[in-house]
Design a protein around this ligand. Structure first.
Ligand SMILES: [Fe+2]
Ligand SMILES: [Fe+2]
Length: 265
């Protein structure tokens, strides 16, 4: 039976075995390469499942902030998409010979931000989730898809990428829509918030994207990420896409990135 959202161990074995694609066109893998590839897809499975919880919380927060029923429904749809991504990643782990099981570990809850009004609290989370994390995800997954060989894994990443583009665009569009309601005082507080958000997303990505020797061609073919390359792509995405995008919307994102606060630092 599949584990509920609050479980620490996530087991998607049933659905993954039913959906596991055939990887006839996968390269021969050494046991070590196979183990890393399985762990990569298991890790993605856990992250996607956690993203579902994030959008569940964001939908609740959007409702409390008085956003339209259509906006809340969109966020609930995103939750469903993230659950589907988790299942697709679980199926990839099984297709590579692994188990669709991952320890979700301790994950931070989406903060409600009760120190500010509901709209500002929502904006903080939309900035962190859609404009930062999901925008970075789009860049990373687009790159990983280009490296991936087997048709079924390419299709998995294509399908996930299409949704992640929607999750990122949602935030940028909502920011455009809400800009007239932000005002100078809120904007200044959001600039200060961005220092924390940038520090948090950087710490998260550096934790996820292990530095070190490049994986073999066979490993990247089945989805293993080249950490150094992905880290460079992360920094390029922040500097070339996210910071200019936020600056165009009146936030001092260049300043916030330059003065980002490292968690626990
Ligand atoms: Fe996702
Ligand atoms: Fe997403």
């Amino acid at each position: 039976m599949n584990a509920p959202l609050h479980s620490t161990m996530l087991d998607l074995g049933d659905v993954a075995r039913a959906r596991a694609p055939q990887l006839h066109d996968a390269p021969a893998l050494h046991p070590g390469e196979r183990a890393v590839a399985i762990a990569t897809w298991q890790g993605r499975m856990g992250n996607e499942h956690a993203s579902a919880k994030v959008f569940e919380a964001l939908a609740e927060q959007a409702r409390a902030a008085g956003l339209t029923a259509a906006t809340v429904a969109t966020l609930e749809q995103f939750r469903g998409e993230e659950l589907r991504h988790g299942e697709l990643c679980a199926a990839a782990a099984v297709a590579l010979g692994g188990e669709a099981v991952v320890d979700l570990g301790a994950r931070a809850q989406v903060p409600w931000h009760r120190d500010v009004d509901p709209l500002e609290g929502l904006l903080r989370n939309v900035l962190s989730i859609s404009c930062l994390s999901e925008t970075v995800a789009v860049a990373l997954i687009a790159s990983e898809r280009l490296e991936t060989g087997p048709a079924a894994l390419q299709e998995t990443l294509r399908s996930i990428l299409a949704d992640e583009v929607g999750h990122a665009r949602f935030g940028w569009a909502l920011l455009d829509q809400l800009t007239p309601r932000i005002g100078p005082a809120r904007a200044a507080r959001l600039d200060a918030w961005l220092r924390l958000a940038f520090g948090h997303v950087e710490a998260h990505e550096l934790r996820e994207l292990a530095a070190g020797p490049s994986p073999s061609r066979a490993a990247t073919d089945v989805g293993v990420c080249d950490g150094d390359q992905a880290r460079r792509l992360f920094y390029d995405t922040v500097r070339d896409v996210i910071v200019p995008g936020l600056e165009r919307r009146g936030l001092r994102a260049g300043w916030a990135w330059a003065h980002r606060v490292v968690p626990g630092g």
